[in-house]
Design a protein around this ligand. Structure first.
Ligand code: SRM
Ligand code: SF4
Length: 569
């Protein structure tokens, strides 16, 4: 453990973000007063940040920004709301209310599936926020802790009905989510008008100042890494015996965000710390989170995530501290392996003899227009279906627990609404973050250009006879990397309008960080570079060699082995 980090960081000088949390009276701030202010559609002062802990972000439509500015109008403020949905599972019947809220109470009328197994509404006006929370409450949901410095939506391998182990892993995801959830009563008071309780608030795990930064958790059943675990702070890989989870390998310190040209930031794939038996799962989860709570950097938010804490304490130091808090020791990591991380599209029969249908949702955006009826299609399925919807970490959806009798009926609805169609492997494995027009941090387009890129790459791949192959292709609109571009075989990260950094060399299972190949290139330049690379790959690859592996073998870029040193060199 390095000397200067021997003392906990908790008492050290705080940033503005730290002050806001500490002074917030357990996340209340003056949100109630702001809700009464009808002059603006926005939130003021600390509340702008505090509403995030309740699962909302204040945004404005960036396509309209300059026009409104010219007219001397305030930006068109509206909120994005992100639901909490551990493991991504929701009863289909509940979807009907979600669908109807999006149509009637949001500016865009869409629902956006995120790459953390939940959904977002974009464009809720301040006056409609309480209705949104009340609607969620009626169907047993909430948006608490889906944003800001807490443990976020807990991910879980997407097909829990495929085996008993998947089912059990989902129960663990829910338990971990509940354990780490903020315990403040502020959410219920403010959004659900529940009476103030006189007992004082207490945050036994998160503390009064909550965590130094966002924290992300997964529960994974090998051999499918469909949750992209290596991007997360804390990961539980299920180890099984006789169709039962006996324990978990724990991996810590994953994260992908960087700041362009800031070498003190780097992406890092989560690292093995040890194995724990199932009965110790929650004890270790709590110990890891409180270690990060007390040792994480509360001065510089760019270096505040778990990977930086681990780098500062050393993995062994971090491990000792976790063991001290858990009053138990990690055991040696058990053997496991991953074979893929994409979703398995189409029909699959579950252990219960019911069927699951995985549907591809481009960018996770659920909408209707003249050509597409994805929203109506899902709503129609929801009205007939008695099972669940399962949202995947690849922004797709599984209609699960369909009886043999209803199989054809549901398939016909899906086909007639464009929810089932033939697409390339490249498209199936692609992803983009939201970016414009709602994301305030966007530097370049992502969601709105993904289809264009895929279309062009499909032409190129077919020209060189590799159109049946898959390449993990991802775009993020800025260096925060929400589209997980820094775990892609080809990843784009936005620099400015129509300009991106181009990274290559990630792998299929998602534990290798790609390396920069070209900096600050335009869309047209990217396509020229990618055509060259794909042509060389098609002509010179070994049998079944993946694109990401090929560019490393040919030394087109150097492998990023230790990202702290290799990512920027
Ligand atoms: Fe993200 C911030 C969207 C997954 C790293 N992310 C944002 C915000 C909220 C912008 C903001 O702070 O104002 C974006 C809202 C855009 C909008 O209009 O909806 C946003 N992030 C998303 C989503 C919706 C992308 C998607 O297309 O699916 C994902 C929501 C997940 C969820 O349901 O919780 C999303 N964000 C990610 C991921 C991927 C993941 O978690 O697997 C990452 C990279 C992994 C990681 O954490 O390292 C990610 N988002 C960030 C960061 C950088 C954090 C950091 O460590 O520095 C920010 C900015 C921040 O927090 O300061 C950010
Ligand atoms: Fe916004 Fe950047 Fe995240 Fe894309 S990567 S959603 S542009 S913060």
């Amino acid at each position: 453990m390095k000397k200067d980090f021997k003392k906990s960081n908790l008492e050290k000088i705080s940033t503005e973000a730290e002050r806001i949390k500490k002074d917030s009276n357990y996340l209340r701030g003056t949100i109630v007063e702001d809700l009464k202010n009808k002059i603006t559609n926005g939130f003021s002062g600390d509340n702008f940040s505090l509403i995030r802990f309740h699962g909302m972000y204040q945004q404005d439509d960036r396509d309209l920004r300059s026009e409104r500015n010219l007219q001397k109008l305030e930006p068109r403020h509206a909120m994005m709301l992100r639901c909490r949905l551990p493991g991504g599972i929701i009863k289909a019947k509940k979807w009907i209310k979600i669908d109807s809220f999006a149509s009637k109470n949001t500016l865009y009328g869409t629902i956006r599936l995120t790459n953390r197994q939940t959904f977002q509404f974009h464009g809720i006006l301040k006056g409609d926020l309480k209705d949104a929370h009340k609607m969620l409450f009626e169907i047993g949901l909430d948006s608490l802790g889906t944003a800001n410095d807490v443990n976020r939506n807990v991910l879980c391998t997407s097909n829990p009905m495929e085996s008993l182990i998947h089912k059990e892993s989902y129960q663990w995801a829910k338990k971990i989510s509940e354990l780490l959830l903020p315990k403040t009563k502020a959410y219920a008071e403010i959004w659900l008008d529940q009476k103030k309780v006189t007992t004082p608030d207490h945050e036994p795990i998160l503390g009064k100042s909550y965590l130094p930064r966002k924290f992300k958790t997964t529960v994974v059943v090998p051999p499918y890494n469909d949750v992209d675990l290596y991007a997360n702070d804390m990961n539980f890989i299920a180890i099984t015996n006789n169709q039962k989870i006996v324990g978990f390998n724990i991996l810590v310190g994953g994260g992908l965000s960087i700041e362009h040209r800031n070498k003190s930031t780097w992406p890092f794939p989560a690292t093995e710390i040890g194995y724990v038996s199932a009965d110790k799962t929650l004890v270790f989860a709590e110990a890891i989170v409180t270690t990060q709570r007390d040792w994480g950097n509360r001065i510089d938010r760019k270096n505040a995530k778990t990977r930086y804490t681990i780098n500062n304490m050393g993995l062994d130091g971090f491990k000792l501290e976790v063991e001290r808090r858990a009053k138990a020791k990690f055991k040696s990591v058990r053997s496991y392996h991953f074979i893929s991380r994409g979703d398995r599209f189409g029909w699959m029969k579950g252990i219960d003899n019911y069927w699951n249908l995985t549907l591809f949702i481009p960018n996770g955006r659920i909408y209707d227009d003249e050509k597409t009826l994805l929203k109506s299609g899902l709503s129609k399925i929801a009205s007939f279906h008695t099972g669940n919807f399962r949202l995947t970490s690849n922004q797709n959806i599984v209609i699960s627990e369909i009886s043999e009798q209803k199989k054809d009926f549901i398939e016909n609805i899906a086909i007639s609404h464009g929810l089932i169609r033939k697409i390339s492997k490249l498209r199936e494995n692609s992803m983009a973050c939201v970016s414009f027009p709602t994301c305030p941090l966007a530097m370049a387009e992502a969601e709105r250009v993904l289809s264009f890129f895929i279309f062009q790459l499909e032409i190129i791949m077919s020209k060189y006879n590799v159109e049946k192959e898959s390449i993990v292709f991802r775009i993020s609109g800025c260096s925060n990397g929400c589209g997980r571009s820094l775990l892609a075989e080809i990843g784009l990260i936005g620099k400015s309008m129509n300009r991106y950094n181009l990274y290559i060399g990630g792998n299929k299972i998602g534990n290798r960080i790609p390396k920069i190949y070209k900096e600050n290139v335009t869309t047209q330049e990217i396509l020229v570079h990618l055509e060259d690379l794909i042509k060389t790959w098609a002509n010179e690859r070994k049998k079944e060699e993946d694109f990401g592996d090929f560019v490393l073998r040919k030394k087109i870029v150097n492998e990023v082995i230790n990202p702290i040193h290799d990512f920027w060199s």
